[in-house]
Design a protein around this ligand. Structure first.
Ligand SMILES: C[S@@+](CC[C@H](N)C(=O)[O-])C[C@H]1O[C@@H](n2cnc3c(N)ncnc32)[C@H](O)[C@@H]1O
Length: 210
């Protein structure tokens, strides 16, 4: 059983057991086996490699569902996954949580093609899109400067993510919820971590209501 911490309005922290229904996780895994790669041990990272461009290390479908549940994804949301890999976050966001739309930005052409293929029906319906682009060009990216996103998913190495920190702060300030995988963003002091599950390596950042 994992422990989830909730930062309350008063700034204190409560703990509760993560409680995403196991039968729903199992149903999703069986229905979409293409995304269901063997779960690696957490923290899942490769030591000793240049991580300037984070390699493709998929998040298990179980943790994808937990993370999107923690960020309270709903049909009101539009999701941007920066470094989308095989597109599993975008797919789960739209197909499982009913998000309006999801877009994944990915540097590797073969992953863009694979993710498009895996989510073909939703791509055809215009609810999911994968773009081949380099995130480090975020200043000139119409997609990353668009104000339509309500949730950002980020699972990138700290080295690769550094240049994007300014962008993450900018998006947080305008009210976007950010869900970070494996690497927390606590060094970004202007972000407020509202919910964390350190055992699962999932952190949610959300602006506090005034
Ligand atoms: C750790 S994987 C996460 C994949 C997916 N979000 C998941 O959780 O399963 C990081 C992904 O980011 C992509 N990536 C790394 N640096 C990038 C960059 N500068 N621009 C675009 N994509 C990048 C990698 O190719 C890889 O697929």
């Amino acid at each position: 059983m994992t422990t989830t911490s909730i930062s309350t309005a008063s700034g204190s922290t409560q703990s509760k057991a993560a409680s995403f229904p196991a039968d729903q996780i199992e149903q999703f895994r069986c229905q979409y086996p293409d995304y269901d790669e063997q779960e690696s041990e957490f923290p899942l990272w490769i030591e000793g490699v240049d991580t300037t461009y984070a390699p493709f290390i998929p998040t298990s479908t179980r943790r994808v569902l937990i993370a999107l549940d923690m960020v309270r994804l709903s049909s009101a949301d539009k999701v941007l996954d920066v470094g989308s890999g095989d597109g599993r976050f975008c797919f789960a966001a739209v197909s499982f949580f009913g998000a309006q739309k999801a877009l994944g930005i990915e540097y590797e052409q073969d992953l863009v093609e694979k993710s498009t293929e895996l989510a073909q029906d939703l791509v055809d319906q215009g609810r999911i899109l994968f773009q081949k682009a380099d995130l480090t060009n975020w200043r000139d990216s119409p997609t990353m400067q668009s104000k339509e996103w309500t949730v950002i998913v980020v699972f990138l190495s700290p080295e690769g993510g550094t240049d994007m920190e300014e962008w993450l702060v900018q998006e947080f300030e305008r009210g976007v919820r950010i869900v970070a995988l494996v690497f927390d963003l606590k060094h970004l002091k202007s972000l407020h971590c509202s919910l964390e599950d350190t055992e699962e390596g999932i952190w949610v950042y959300e602006k506090q209501q005034q």
